[in-house]
Design a protein around this ligand. Structure first.
Ligand code: B12
Ligand code: SF4
Ligand code: SF4
Length: 349
C-alpha cells in the first residue's frame, strides 16, 4: 500500500478525531539516537529512570514489536484544550496549557484506538498499536521524520503553520508504507527567545535541555523538593511551564495575542484572592480529596505531595502572607517540612 492510499483512506476519520496534522514514516533507528544516549549519559534526565530503561527499545522498535514496519504519526493540538474538565478545581493557579483539561494519555489514545479498530477491519491480518507519551518511543524524532515539524531550539517540535502546542501520538503498524518525506527545514534562524526567557536556564544549549532544571520536571515529574537555588525561578508556575513555547514567534503567529509570556503574572486583587483560595485548598486538603478532585487530569500525576510542594513554592514566591497558617501546618511534615520553613521565611520578609 502506498502512503498516499493510506492517507486518502484515513483523512476523513482524522478530521473527525480532531487531528491537526499527520505523517507516515518507516520504523527504523531514530536519527538522533546518539544524541539521546549522550544526553542520558550526562545525567540530564534526573530521576526519570524510565528514559534510560526505554533506550534499547527506542533504538530498535522491532525488539519489542517484531512485526512493526511503519508509523502513522499524529499531532493533536491542545490549545484551546479539546477535552475540558467540566469543573476544573482551580480558578487562578498557573497551570501549563496542556494540563488545563483531561489527561491526553486517555482521550488521545482512545481516539487513535478508534482509528486502529477501523484499520483492523480493513486489514484483518495486520497489526495496529496506538501510543502516546509513556511508551518507549522517541516521539519527537519520529514526528520529525514523518514531516510534522522541525525540532526548535526549545527542543519542541514546531510546524510553521500550526506552532508547537500539540501532542504527538502514533500508530505502529505491520503494513509497509515506505515513504521518504523531506523533513521540514529548521526555521529558528538566529532567534534565541526561548533560551533567553527560560527562568531556570534549563535550555543549556539550543536543542539541549537539562531536564533537572526545567519547571515542568520540577513541578510534575520530580518526586522531590527542588534544590533551593531553583525555587525562586519557578515563580508562580503551579504545574508545568509554557514560556519557551509561548514566547516562540511561530506560536505568536498562529495564536495571535492569546499567549502569555509573563514570567510572573500581574494579578488584580480579585485574581490574587482566587489564587489564595486555590492554594489554601491544595495546602489543606486531604490526599483523598485531591485524588478525587483531579481524577483523570494530568495534575493527578503529581499527587497530593507534588501539588502541596508546588503550592508552597508559589505561595513563597508571591509572598502570600494570608497563607501563613496553612504553611505553618506543614512545618513538621516529613518530606515538606524544610520547604515549608523556607516558604515561611519568605512570606515573613
Ligand atoms: C521526558 C519528557 C519531558 C521532560 C524532558 C523534556 C525534554 N525536552 O527532554 C520534561 C518533564 C521536562 C518535559 C516537559 C515538557 N513536555 Co515532555 N516529554 C518527555 C518524553 C516522555 C520523553 C522526551 C525525551 O526523551 N527527552 C530527551 C530528549 C533528549 O529528547 P527529546 O526532547 O525527545 O529530543 C529529541 C529530539 O529533539 C531530537 N532531535 C534534536 N535535533 C534533531 C534533529 C533531527 C534531524 C532529528 C530527527 C531529531 C532531533 O533529539 C532528541 C533525542 O533523540 C516525551 C514523550 C516521548 N515518548 O518521547 C514527552 C514530550 C516530548 N513532551 C511533550 C510536552 C507537550 C511537554 C511540555 C510542553 C509539557 C508542559 N507544558 O509542561 C514540556 C515542554 C518543555 C520543553 N521545552 O521540552 C510532548 C512534545 C510535543 C511537541 N510538540 O514537541 C511529548 C512528545 C509528549 C507527547 N506525546 O505529546 N517532557
Ligand atoms: S518549560 Fe519553562 S522551565 Fe522548561 S525549558 Fe521551557 S521555559 Fe524553561
Ligand atoms: S523561540 Fe525562536 S529559537 Fe526558540 S524555538 Fe521558537 S523560533 Fe526557535
Amino acid at each position: 500500500m502506498t502512503p498516499q492510499e493510506m492517507k486518502s483512506l484515513i483523512d476523513g476519520t482524522l478530521t473527525e478525531l480532531g487531528v491537526s496534522h499527520f505523517g507516515i514514516t518507516p520504523l527504523s533507528k531514530p536519527l538522533s539516537f546518539e544524541f539521546y544516549k549522550e544526553w542520558l549519559q550526562e545525567g540530564l534526565h534526573g530521576d526519570m529512570a524510565y528514559l534510560a530503561e526505554h533506550a534499547p527499545i527506542k533504538e530498535n522498535p522491532q525488539s519489542k514489536w517484531p512485526r512493526a514496519q511503519s508509523a502513522l504519526v499524529f499531532a493533536m493540538s491542545y490549545f484551546p484544550h479539546p477535552e475540558k474538565k467540566s469543573e476544573f478545581p482551580l480558578k487562578q493557579a498557573r497551570v501549563s496549557l496542556y494540563a488545563q483539561g483531561m489527561d491526553y494519555h486517555f482521550w488521545f489514545k482512545d481516539r487513535m484506538k478508534e482509528l486502529c479498530t477501523q484499520l483492523q477491519a480493513q486489514f484483518p491480518d495486520e497489526e495496529f498499536l496506538a501510543f502516546t507519551d509513556s511508551s518507549p518511543v522517541l516521539e519527537r524524532d519520529l514526528a520529525k521524520r514523518a514531516g510534522l515539524g522541525w525540532v526548535g531550539k526549545n527542543t519542541c517540535l514546531i510546524h510553521p503553520k500550526k506552532g508547537s502546542l500539540f501532542f504527538i501520538g502514533e500508530i505502529y503498524t505491520s503494513l509497509k508504507l515506505n515513504t521518504e518525506i523531506a523533513p521540514l527545514p529548521d526555521f529558528c534562524g538566529t532567534c534565541t527567545r526561548c533560551l533567553d526567557i527560560c527562568p531556570t536556564g534549563a535550555l543549556i544549549e539550543p536543542r539541549k535541555m537539562d531536564a533537572r532544571k526545567c519547571i515542568s520536571y520540577l513541578t510534575i515529574e520530580s518526586r522531590q523538593v527542588p534544590p533551593e537555588n531553583l525555587r525562586e525561578a519557578i515563580g508562580d508556575w503551579f504545574f508545568g511551564c509554557d514560556l519557551c513555547q509561548t514566547v516562540c514567534p511561530w506560536n505568536q503567529k498562529v495564536f495571535k495575542g492569546q499567549l502569555s509570556i509573563e514570567k510572573s503574572l500581574a494579578l488584580s486583587s480579585t485574581e490574587e484572592s482566587l489564587l489564595i483560595e486555590d492554594l489554601r485548598y491544595i495546602l489543606s486538603a486531604s490526599g483523598k480529596k485531591i485524588g478525587k478532585d483531579f481524577l483523570g487530569t494530568p495534575l493527578a500525576r503529581a499527587g497530593s505531595f507534588g501539588l502541596k510542594r508546588n503550592a508552597l513554592l508559589v505561595c513563597a514566591n508571591r509572598g502570600l502572607k494570608e497563607l501563613r497558617p496553612e504553611v505553618e501546618a506543614l512545618l513538621e511534615h516529613e518530606k515538606l517540612g524544610e520547604l515549608a520553613q523556607w516558604a515561611l521565611r519568605r512570606i515573613s520578609n
